[in-house]
Design a protein around this ligand. Structure first.
Ligand code: UDP
Length: 239
């Protein structure tokens, strides 16, 4: 039985870099597109928020002495590049999509218009939200939370490339790290777990938007997450 009808898929920039660690790995982006097609074929409405960390991260730029807001705007532009790459891969396999940007760039994509985005979703077009929230000092995780609330998505599917869920500590460093099957936003915040930044977590908590954290590296996982199969970790308002 299908569990979710309208979802926001959050893809980190890092996930798109795959083994390369930088830029866009064509095999990863093609695999993501294929997995998105699978859920579109289940009649699920899919909005995607793409990160930019594989190209540029504002914090890293500002750490090197750059003005933080300028560095963040560069990060937002990086998300546009990733979004266009994803759109290209989707259209290549016959999936209709639209990119909407929070910073206007009309020659490249539509501007973000909430009601138009919803209309696209109803027509089963994938809507890719690019350029984050359009504001510096925010993240694409916060963008996913904000857009999910706006379009009334039932869940955020957070696809990760290095972990397959939420752990009590970084599993690549601490071998005793324990994976949670379910946890509350409050506990994520209290324990300082690096699921998403605190702004994004509180927005999800306040608006009661559940989050499924899972690995993108295993094909078919997006479909499993949409069907409500037990994969990764589910983060809820109250676990
Ligand atoms: N960014 C921003 N405002 C937003 C979203 C993103 O300023 O609303 C910038 C910020 O500099 C961030 C970069 O864009 O570091 C890339 O986004 P993010 O780090 O969230 O990407 P991810 O970690 O998902 O790859």
């Amino acid at each position: 039985m299908q569990k979710f009808n309208r979802v926001v898929l959050k893809l980190s920039g890092e996930a798109l870099a795959g083994e390369l660690g930088y830029g866009i790995d064509p095999t990863v982006i093609q695999s993501v597109a294929k997995q998105v097609k699978e859920i579109i074929e289940l009649d699920v409405e899919v909005a995607v928020v793409v990160g930019g960390g594989n190209i540029w991260r504002g914090m890293a730029g500002s750490a090197k002495g750059m003005d933080r807001a300028t560095a963040d705007y560069m990060g937002m532009l990086a998300t546009v590049m990733n979004s266009l790459a994803l759109q290209d891969s989707l259209e290549d396999i016959g999936v209709e999509s639209r990119v909407q940007t929070s910073i206007e760039m009309r020659q490249v994509a539509e501007p973000y218009i909430r009601r138009k985005a919803i209309r696209h979703l109803e027509k089963k077009r994938v809507v890719i939200f690019a350029a984050g929230t359009g504001n510096p000092y925010f993240s694409t995780d916060t963008t996913a939370a904000l857009r999910a609330a706006e379009i009334e998505a039932e869940v955020i599917l957070m696809a990760k490339n290095k972990v397959d869920g939420v752990y009590s500590a970084d599993p690549s460093v601490d071998e005793n790290a324990k994976k949670y099957s379910s946890i509350s936003y409050m506990d994520v915040l209290k324990e300082g777990l690096a699921v998403m930044d605190t702004t994004a977590s509180s927005l999800c908590m306040d608006n009661n938007i559940p989050l499924v954290v899972f690995s993108i590296m295993e094909e078919g996982n997006i479909k499993k997450a949409v069907l409500g199969e037990k994969i990764g970790t589910i983060v809820r308002g109250n676990s």
